[in-house]
Design a protein around this ligand. Sequence first.
Ligand SMILES: CC(C)(COP(=O)(O)OP(=O)(O)OC[C@H]1O[C@@H](n2cnc3c(N)ncnc32)[C@H](O)[C@@H]1OP(=O)(O)O)[C@@H](O)C(=O)NCCC(=O)NCCS
Length: 306
Amino acid sequence: MLKIRPAQQYDKDDVLKFCVNTFDWGDYIDQVWNSWYSDPNGRLIIAEYKSEEYTKQLNAGRQSSTIVAVSHVHLCPNRKMIWLEGIRIRSDYRRRHVATELIKKMLEYGIEQDAKESAAIVSANNVPSQILMQRNGFVKISKWNYFSGHKTQNGLSTNGYKVRVANLGDINGIFKYLKSSEIFKLSGESYVDMWRWYPLDPTTLHHLITNKIVLVAENVDSSIIGVVIVNKDDGEQFQILYLDANANQLSVLKHLVIYAINLDYLKIKEHERLQIFSPQVPFVHSVMKYIGINQCEEFLLYKRKI
Ligand SMILES: CC(C)(COP(=O)(O)OP(=O)(O)OC[C@H]1O[C@@H](n2cnc3c(N)ncnc32)[C@H](O)[C@@H]1OP(=O)(O)O)[C@@H](O)C(=O)NCCC(=O)NCCS
């Protein structure tokens, strides 16, 4: 008998035992367990198998069961969307619809919270997960590139436009630009924060601009021609969370990236690690190559109404 229930702190060791070499690079559940477990806006859930033997034992006053899966659901700051993450099924319990049951439970959490939409990210290499998402009614919304590398010295002179930190007076100009941007459409109108993809709407943009993490490129006539959102995460790792400039303006995109990397208040040191998320557009690769970043992975953003 399969039971899905909220995780307890004492489940941690059992769960971490099967979350070790999930992917060829390992796994990260051990690093996020504590924050997911105590997430006030989410739920960490586990699946456990109880055999018939278990029921008999229970009647005899003894309990034992096998924990076979884990996942986390998080209510996004706009409270309209839930984010599904960390689905892990013990390898010997796969293809028994355990992940499907976890997804159902996470969607139920979304309904309880009155959220309207659910979303998740899947690596382009992870075909089983892609099928799982599709079988559960999720639709592929956008493709993303994740670049990683290290800061190197690079300069570029501007040509008739300037790059600067955005202020609140730019909101309308930025949205006018985004609404006509092919890249914004391709992004599913989203940006990334701590490996979660959120809708990039005016309220969110207001918040990001207040935090001084939105940069714009503007033309001589002051119209916006490119937008970048940056961050340094909790581990002080520099990230670009959104990257957008007109395809005909490759140099604008280069400038935005180089300006971001060299922003004084982000204090990014030479050779520090950079992580760059970008909606998948071919010309971004040449910009990354220019700044010395060649490592790239692809991710797919899935969404489903709830
Ligand atoms: C991907 C994963 C979560 C699937 O879990 P699962 O419990 O086996 O999935 P389910 O049994 O609910 O599968 C539902 C459907 O998805 C599809 N599916 C799942 N795994 C599949 C696989 N390996 N190959 C092809 N299709 C697969 C099937 O259509 C399946 O239905 P069916 O068995 O009736 O044909 C599991 O393999 C896993 O833990 N993988 C490693 C971690 C991981 O990739 N997590 C997701 C990160 S986004």
